[in-house]
Design a protein around this ligand. Structure first.
Ligand SMILES: Nc1ncnc2c1ncn2[C@@H]1O[C@H](COP(=O)(O)OP(=O)(O)O)[C@@H](O)[C@H]1O
Ligand SMILES: CC(=O)N[C@@H](CCC(=O)OP(=O)(O)O)C(=O)O
Length: 261
């Protein structure tokens, strides 16, 4: 049953995780958010670095990672291990009672290996379902779930899943019960009309404006799947989505971009 309770989801990307000061400040602001909340983190840059240290060459096509078996091991170690546990430890130090999860834990996010694409992305999972009952049990107990970018297929296989996609899937699943607000945090102040000009933040993007922005080349690379995830989530019941700088969650008068259908 839908309640009027709010839940806040915050997603932090690889550039924030890479900058120790930015990460600490973001986690401090996150710790101060009142009410039920969830943190989702990426870490693609760290996984690429870790792979190289192990002699594995990261492979990307159009900004999307090819996850073969050795790369999947690196992704699991980096996302579900190193980064997830470091973030949970920092949140504990800030007095936030958090638990780190992959999608396999508690069967929280079930996915299926991507198929029927011209490119073989390898062990990449597309989300099938979210165990929203277990998730809301943690939220109701005041526990803060921290999700990494690893899911599972229910048959013993771990899969690599984009952290923006995980965020929107969690938001959609929870919107049956809660009023869901998502903040996607990254290193820029929002979606920019000119990626060379950090202050050219677009205040609101609708689906039709989005199509125009792609046509003029103003939106590209990782911003395209991020916005696709935003429109999907809004169309499936998420109430509010903003994209902004990682400082946006602690500031009341920051610039950011609001996404609307
Ligand atoms: N119009 C735009 N405004 C802001 N960033 C953009 C835009 N178009 C493309 N980008 C790129 O999208 C990236 C954010 O997507 P992604 O790499 O998936 O981020 P994250 O760090 O959140 O995972 C930015 O670092 C930027 O290089
Ligand atoms: C399938 C897929 O795209 N997985 C991503 C998961 C990490 C991620 O999303 O990290 P950022 O948020 O830092 O980009 C990857 O391995 O790069």
């Amino acid at each position: 049953m839908k309640t009027n309770k709010e839940v806040t989801l915050v997603k932090i990307g690889g550039n924030v995780i890479d900058d120790a000061e930015a990460l600490t400040n973001t986690l401090m602001a996150f710790a101060n958010i009142k009410g039920p909340k969830i943190l989702v983190h990426g870490g693609g840059k760290e996984a690429s670095r870790m792979a190289q240290k192990l002699g594995i060459q990261p492979q990307m096509i159009d900004g999307r990672r090819i996850t073969d078996a050795p790369m999947l091991d690196v992704a699991v170690m980096t996302y579900a291990g190193l980064l997830n546990k470091k973030i949970v430890a920092q949140l504990q130090a800030l007095g936030t009672s958090s638990i780190g999860f992959s999608g396999a834990d508690g069967n929280l996010i079930l996915s299926e290996k991507r198929k029927n694409t011209t490119t073989d992305f390898g062990f990449v999972g597309d989300v099938v379902s979210v165990n929203d009952q277990m998730l809301s049990m943690f939220l109701e107990e005041g526990i803060v779930p921290v999700f990494c970018a690893i899911t599972h297929d229910g048959a013993g296989q771990l899969l690599n899943t984009n952290a923006d996609t995980i965020t929107s899937a969690l938001g959609v699943a929870l919107s049956g019960k809660y009023s869901v607000k998502i903040t996607y945090c990254f290193e820029k102040k929002g979606v920019l009309i000119n990626t060379e000009d950090d202050n050219s933040v677009i205040s609101t993007i609708t689906q039709s404006k989005y199509n125009d922005l792609i046509a003029i080349g103003a939106i590209h690379s990782g911003m395209i799947p991020k916005l696709d995830n935003c429109f999907y989530a809004l169309s499936k019941g998420v109430q509010q989505i903003i994209i902004g700088h990682h400082s946006v969650i602690g500031e009341s008068n920051a610039l950011y971009t609001t996404i609307q259908l």
